[in-house]
Design a protein around this ligand. Structure first.
Ligand code: PEP
Length: 252
């Protein structure tokens, strides 16, 4: 069994205030002290990165961002570059979250450009892939995941996946309270790993594939037991320190 360290990443999305972000990070930091089997990462809204970065500097908790521009710099109002993220000690950045793909119309190819831009500055992209409900219902889940992955493999090259994380997030499970069963999730995680293995077996075995989609304190352990699930990307439940801590502790 390859030695993949579990990763549990919090995606706070556009929630909270400076005060609530501070108390959440303090709660997580205190609760994790001296007791984590998993690597833990927190992805707050951009504007709170400097403040949260300060709270994490004396911990092993990693910092991540929720999005990044595919461009380096210039007249792109409202965008944030990879270099800017590294100024605040970010280690990770989420790219291709389904909310970015579906609400902000980010194409597979744009997601691949973001993946490449992040890695160019030493950030580790957390590449999200996942199918819509109608895609699952029409049995096209594997086609969709293959398409989303293949564009990044083609543009970035398979070796880029040595420094990346993948998150499988079925869109129908995000924020809906409907979690994929551990078996449903495992099936897609295995498919993802095999898809990468077509190009490079070692990279496929080493990459961490997280599950995301209504992971809660009471279902995390069952999901994390599956052979190809290497942790989670946690939305709603990461906004409550005790729930997030229980999910982090569900890792063995
Ligand atoms: C997410 O948006 O990445 C996510 C997994 O959200 P939730 O846990 O709320 O379903």
């Amino acid at each position: 069994m390859p030695d993949r360290q579990y990763l549990v990443a919090a995606n706070w999305k556009m929630n909270g205030s400076l005060e609530s972000a501070k108390s959440l990070v303090i709660g997580i930091k205190q609760g994790l002290a001296g007791n984590n089997n998993a690597e833990v990462a927190i992805c707050p809204p951009f504007i709170y990165l400097p403040e949260i970065s300060g709270f994490l500097s004396d911990t092993s908790i990693s910092l991540g961002a929720q999005n990044v521009s595919h461009l380096e710099n210039g007249a792109y109002t409202g965008e944030i570059s990879s270099v800017m993220l590294t100024d605040f000690a970010c280690r990770y950045v989420i790219v291709g979250h389904s909310e970015r793909r579906n609400l902000y119309h980010e194409s597979d190819s744009r997601v691949a450009e973001k993946f490449i831009a992040a890695q160019a500055q030493g950030l580790i992209p957390i590449l999200c892939v996942g199918e819509l409900l109608e895609e699952r219902e029409t049995n096209t889940t594997e086609d969709v995941i293959a398409r989303q992955l293949d564009v990044v493999i083609d543009k970035a090259g398979i070796s880029a996946f040595a420094n990346a994380v993948i998150a499988y997030e079925p869109v129908w499970a995000i924020g809906t309270g409907k979690t994929a069963t551990p078996e449903q999730a495992q099936e897609v995680h295995e498919f993802i790993r095999l898809r990468l293995a077509r190009h490079d077996n070692e990279i496929a075995n080493g990459i961490r594939i997280l599950y995301g989609g209504s992971v809660k304190a009471d279902n995390a352990e069952q999901l994390f037991k599956m052979a190809d699930i290497d942790g989670g990307l946690i939305g709603g439940a990461s906004l409550i320190a005790d729930d997030f801590l229980t999910i982090c502790r569900a890792v063995r």
